[in-house]
Design a protein around this ligand. Structure first.
Ligand code: ATP
Ligand code: MG
Length: 317
């Protein structure tokens, strides 16, 4: 059996907010092999970013385990995690916000190299030029400040910064949601090329299934912190079995403009329930067109409905 790069086992995360407990991620499990992509989809607040951060151990895990290259990293301190940070990187939705406005692009990329003790000063400069070129930017971009670049160029810088240190796993947290549609496709293509070239594993987060479809080998659909369906990408598109996934599929035909209705999934009936007091039984039941009595009473356990295809729905088979 090939060694998994990442194993997330029954991981849960709760936040205390003004004396109340918010269940952000509930008993989520998945495995990720080198060179593969897991897509995470779900509405705003479903726990995608929290799960991505737990997988990288940027956040402490309340329950469950995270293994990286077979090593249990659940309880490691920040200091113990530091040498692993170059293997596990993150690309954010808003590259402007993740870059220091007073730092040149080259310096921002070099910073990671310095932190991890990679290369001499001249090696680093060379490496910054090379990685900029690889993401489709001229080496002169090294001397630019963030405000001098477009959104698409800034996202390329975000990618360059993550890749400069030579990671094995990259969490891409909605890396294209803020970009124009034509630029989204360019950036997705770039991520795909880089994956093939460098054997990277991705956790690719998006609101919209159309975006994850391009890249994902496997997809997990999150709803209020729970994985409601998880399957190989092709299988999920052939046989979406959870009513929530089926609703997401309706917005699959096109990549939405940033901020458009499709992105907020406002066409799904009903409001997203409060994560402080999730509904009884299946947390999707108040919005589900097929809900029956049992859905209100009993939480559905994930069960297999096809090869590697898990669904947490009483009515799916
Ligand atoms: N540091 C925090 N403190 C308190 N609550 C948090 C914190 N981070 C996330 N949450 C809550 O946890 C839940 C999951 O949030 P998360 O950011 O993971 O969702 P998401 O799926 O990434 O949403 P979006 O699509 O809007 O980015 C939300 O209810 C959110 O308000
Ligand atoms: Mg998020």
């Amino acid at each position: 059996m090939a060694t998994e790069l990442l194993q997330v086992e029954d991981v849960s995360k709760r936040f205390r907010v003004r004396g109340r407990t918010l269940h952000a991620v509930e008993k989520v499990s998945f495995k990720l092999s080198p060179g593969k992509t897991l897509g995470l989809v779900g509405e705003s607040g479903s726990g995608k970013s929290t799960l991505g951060r737990l997988a990288l151990r940027l956040l402490g895990v309340d329950e469950g385990r995270v293994l990286f290259q077979g090593r249990d990293i659940t309880q490691l301190s920040n200091k113990q995690l530091r040498p692993l940070r170059k293997d596990m990187q993150m690309i954010f939705q808003d590259p402007q916000a993740s870059l220091n406005a007073r730092m040149t692009v080259g310096r921002a990329i070099e910073e990671g190299l310095i932190i991890h003790g990679i290369g001499s000063k001249s090696d680093r400069k060379e490496r910054v030029y090379r990685v900029l070129e690889r993401v489709g930017l001229p080496f002169e971009a090294s001397y630019a400040y963030p405000h001098e670049l477009s959104g698409g160029q800034l996202q390329r810088v975000g990618i360059a910064r993550a890749l400069a240190v030579g990671p094995k796993l990259v969490v891409c947290d909605e890396p294209v949601s803020a970009l124009d549609v034509s630029i989204q496709i360019q950036v997705i293509n770039l991520l795909q090329e880089l994956q093939q070239e460098l054997g990277l594993a991705y956790i690719f987060i998006a609101h919209n299934l159309a975006v994850v479809e391009y890249l994902s080998d496997e997809i997990a659909v999150l709803y209020l912190g729970n994985v409601v369906e998880q399957a190989p990408a092709e299988e999920l598109f052939k046989k979406p079995s959870h009513p929530y996934t089926q609703t997401l599929m309706k917005s699959v035909l096109k990549i939405p403009e940033p901020g458009s209705e499709e992105q907020s999934l406002s066409h799904i009936q009903g409001e997203i329930p409060s994560p402080f007091s999730p509904p009884s039984g299946c947390s999707f039941h108040p919005r589900c067109p097929f809900a029956e009595d049992i859905c209100k009473r009993k939480k559905p356990e994930p069960h297999m409905v096809g090869t590697g295809h898990l669904v947490a729905c009483h009515l799916a088979n």
